[in-house]
Ligand binder design. Structure first.
Ligand SMILES: Nc1nc2c(ncn2[C@@H]2O[C@H](COP(=O)(O)OP(=O)(O)O)[C@@H](O)[C@H]2O)c(=O)[nH]1
Ligand SMILES: [Mg+2]
Length: 312
């Protein structure tokens, strides 16, 4: 059964891709086997991360960027990791593309992943979904995440190019810096440029990015692009900057370096998961449960308790 799924995914069959991602999402036992079987075929897609505050226009931007990439003849996968998306009433990813042109729908696979369980788990699942899309032969994969929590920043960081979307009303650039977005952005987008305050945000952003450049050197000024995503404006320019960044990474071995760093992180996470699962046997869990009162009443210290757990 798995063999068939693998070969269908490699043929870019949509239903098979969807099933594969469901296996990953549901933490099915087959998911690991599937990922193992596909691994050799991964590493070919270029991953674009789009992150920023809720409502900034990430989905709208992703939609038009997808459209542009499809028009250029590329095969695209889109993963939207947005725990808030069903409730914000924002643009539903993919709807616009589907409505505009049925033919365009062919080269694109779009999937939303919502929070089921922990966000940390979601970041792992999103990366695994990415591997499935990669193996299926997509040229570009776009991952949309809300840039608010650490694990979402983690997802954005695994992208080859990370696009940070800000809007005039989402507070100033200082806010973005606090959220850790300044550090991870390879390209900054000021969306909703039809609204007041976009020039001021641009000035503040450039000042901060200038300081950042002094710190990390050789790439030059980080690009800032103004867009009006809802009117499909500025997307061409964004695309140009993505390609420029891609060429920059590819030309100096940085892409390979970045991906190797990410692999080390991924392996660390897998080891941690495995160790944790192995460690917390049912017996240990019940020992913890029955000891918590003693620890809470200061009869036993957490430190001695853990030492004791490791002895068994
Ligand atoms: N005025 C204006 N509205 C926009 C622009 N881009 C997106 N929007 C709207 O902002 C809302 C949120 O967009 P959405 O793409 O769902 O944001 P996300 O939460 O970041 O994915 C939607 O109603 C969009 O139509 C823009 O450039 N200008
Ligand atoms: Mg969205």
């Amino acid at each position: 059964m798995l063999d068939k799924l693998v070969s269908q995914i490699l043929k870019s069959d949509k239903i098979a891709i969807a099933r594969g991602i469901s296996l990953v999402e549901n933490e099915s036992k087959d998911a690991n086997e599937l990922l193992k079987a596909l691994y050799k075929e991964t590493g070919k897609a270029y991953v674009i991360g789009i992150t920023g505050p809720p409502g900034a226009g990430k989905s709208t931007l992703a939609n038009y960027l997808t459209k542009l990439l499809i028009e250029k003849g590329y095969k695209i996968g889109v993963i939207a990791v947005d725990p808030t998306s069903p409730f914000t009433g924002g643009a539903l990813l993919g709807d616009r593309i589907r409505m505009q042109d049925k033919a365009m729908d062919k080269g694109v696979f779009i999937r939303s992943m919502a929070t089921r369980g922990s966000l940390g788990g979601l970041s792992k699942k999103a990366k695994e979904a990415c591997e499935i899309l990669d193996a299926s032969g997509k040229d570009f994969i776009i991952i949309e995440t809300v840039g608010v929590g650490q694990s979402e920043l983690d997802i954005a960081q695994t992208a080859d190019t990370t696009v940070v979307v800000l809007v005039p009303e989402s507070g100033d650039a200082v806010q973005a810096m606090k959220a850790g977005l300044m550090e991870i952005g390879d390209i900054f987008v000021i969306n909703k440029s039809d609204r007041e305050g976009s020039d001021a945000l641009g000035v503040a952003l450039r000042t901060m990015l200038h300081l950042k450049m002094k710190k990390d050197g050789d790439r030059g000024e980080t690009p800032v692009v103004k867009t009006i995503a809802s009117q499909n404006k500025g997307i061409d320019e964004l695309y140009e900057f993505i390609i420029l960044h891609k060429k920059y990474l590819e030309s100096n071995g940085k892409l390979e370096e970045k991906r190797k760093d990410n692999l080390i992180k991924q392996i660390n996470e897998l080891v941690n998961d495995k160790l944790e699962n192995k460690f917390w046997t049912e017996e240990k869990k019940s020992v913890l449960e029955s000891s918590i009162d003693k620890i809470s009443s200061r009869e036993v210290t957490p430190y001695d308790f853990v030492d004791e757990l490791f002895k068994n």
